[in-house]
Design a binder for this molecule. Structure first.
Ligand code: PEP
Ligand code: CO
Length: 459
């Protein structure tokens, strides 16, 4: 884009990958009109606050934890799934903060992560060709409900709103109070080892907090920092008509000038399949004020990476862009060093996050999609090491996870086997880490940083 040609709808002049075709255009326009009328779901002050925090992450002073479902279903908009998701993210961030001794910036793939890019627009069902499932905001998972329905975009807005409302409400009511981390109980965790390790951190933390109270250091301002946390929301910015309708020209809280904000969420990312330089998604992303992510896979050329950064962040603002690398445990060595060098030479200062999930998806012997815990750990470890060897630093992690006891990824402490996957395989899309596997990942990263702090080399 050039700055003076961008509008929230200028993407419409470019090729749209993963486009959705609606039969009833009039209904679609009616829905989009209503969406454009509805109030913002998030406001510029929050978006700006996240920009500031991600700047700290890019400079190595904080760590990014981003996680949640691959595809969120409207059915997850309910008390228990929301609380479980929050709990696991808070527990992981507590472990990471403890190990790395730096603040953790938390972003959930939540309250809007409904649309999914698909490798094929149609699939065979009982010998008949039907549309693939594209996410709850587009069509239904049930094979009889695959016609895209614009009404679902409106439903997505209200499910996002209800999810965010409950998240804000419980976070404001002390759900994340560090004085009571024991209340984020681990009874549902089967591994004694993980429970004990977590309990040690909680005991030491409680001790430290008590001590601070005794010496009077736990003053009101600090106490409020300890009892409330920030949790930001994110989703893939795939459905551009929806994103356009929620894009608003609002005052910038820092100087009062107006800017374009995507008010459907705090952080959006461009998927690996929609990041073409001359495509609609890159055009749309180039004009919004929100912090953004770009998925970076093996097909990204070094020079192409720099070009996309120049398009979406011409002023080279620090931490505006998070590069979410997702190669594969055995391919990362081949691609990451080149990508790091290209970015360093370009002068862009990005947040480097590792998504160890999307390059490591495989077909299990029973036919369902799975990922091996071991490969996930391998890609993270290699990412940490390669960054270090190249004078860079891994700044964050991007995971598909759930707070529930699902059996979708093989391996991990419970040594889930391919045959065990059917016990509780729930995902509508990609396999997620369950709560134990997620905590295990947090411990792995925390221990690495703890060793670093103490001068013990190696990962
Ligand atoms: C995702 O994050 O769910 C996804 C589809 O990832 P990618 O674009 O990296 O394949
Ligand atoms: Co996914």
């Amino acid at each position: 884009m050039t700055e003076n040609t961008w509008t929230p709808s200028s993407w419409r002049k470019k090729p749209v990958t993963q486009d959705v075709i609606y039969n009833d255009e009039e209904k679609l326009n009616r829905v989009l009109g209503k969406l454009a009328y509805l109030p913002p779901l998030v406001c510029p002050r929050e978006i700006q606050a996240l920009r500031e925090q991600l700047k700290e992450v890019a400079l190595g002073k904080a760590f990014l934890l981003q996680g949640g479902d691959c595809a969120e279903s409207f059915d997850y908009c309910s008390q228990e799934p929301i609380e479980n998701k929050l709990k696991i993210l808070l527990q992981m961030s507590l472990i990471l903060t403890w190990g790395a001794r730096i603040p953790v910036v938390r972003i959930a793939r939540m309250a809007g992560q409904y649309a999914k890019p698909r490798s094929k627009p149609t699939e065979l069902h009982e010998g008949e060709e039907i549309y693939s499932f594209r996410g709850d905001n587009i069509n239904g998972y049930n094979p009889n409900d695959r016609e895209p329905d614009p009404e679902r975009l409106l439903s997505a807005y209200f499910h996002s709103a209800a999810t965010m409302n409950y998240v804000r409400s419980i976070l404001n009511s002390g759900f994340a109070d560090l004085h009571r981390p024991t209340e984020w109980d681990l009874q549902y965790i089967n591994s004694t080892e993980i429970r004990e390790e977590y309990q040690t951190i909680v005991n030491r933390l409680t001790d430290a907090l008590n001590y601070m109270q005794v010496i009077g250091a736990d003053q009101p301002q600090l106490a409020s920092t300890l009892s409330s946390v920030d949790l930001y929301m994110s989703h893939e910015g795939l459905m551009l008509p929806f994103e356009e309708a929620l894009t608003r020209y609002l005052p910038d809280p820092s100087n009062g000038g107006r800017k374009w904000y995507n008010t459907s969420t705090h952080f959006l990312w461009i998927g690996d399949r929609t990041r073409q330089l001359d495509g609609a998604h890159v055009e749309y992303f180039s004009g919004i004020e929100n912090p953004i992510g770009i998925k970076v896979g093996p097909s990204m050329e070094n020079e192409e990476l720099v070009r996309v950064l120049n398009i979406v962040n011409p002023k080279k603002e620090i931490g505006k862009v998070t590069l979410i690398s997702r190669y594969n445990a055995t391919k990362i060595e081949q691609y990451l060093p080149g990508h790091i060098k290209a970015v360093q030479e370009s002068g862009h200062v990005v947040v480097w996050a590792c998504d160890p999930m999307h390059g490591n998806t495989e077909q299990s012997s029973s036919g369902v999609k799975t990922r091996s815990f071991n490969n996930i750990i391998q890609e993270i470890s290699k990412s940490i090491r390669i960054h270090k060897e190249n004078n860079s630093q891994l700044n964050g992690i991007h995971l598909e996870l759930t707070g529930d006891h699902v059996t979708e990824c093989v391996g991990g402490f419970m040594e889930l086997d391919h045959d065990d996957l059917s016990q509780n395989y729930q995902t509508f899309c990609d396999p997620r880490l369950n709560c134990e596997q997620s905590l295990d990942v947090a411990f792995l990263i925390a221990k690495y940083y703890e060793r670093e702090r103490k001068g013990v080399p190696g990962i």
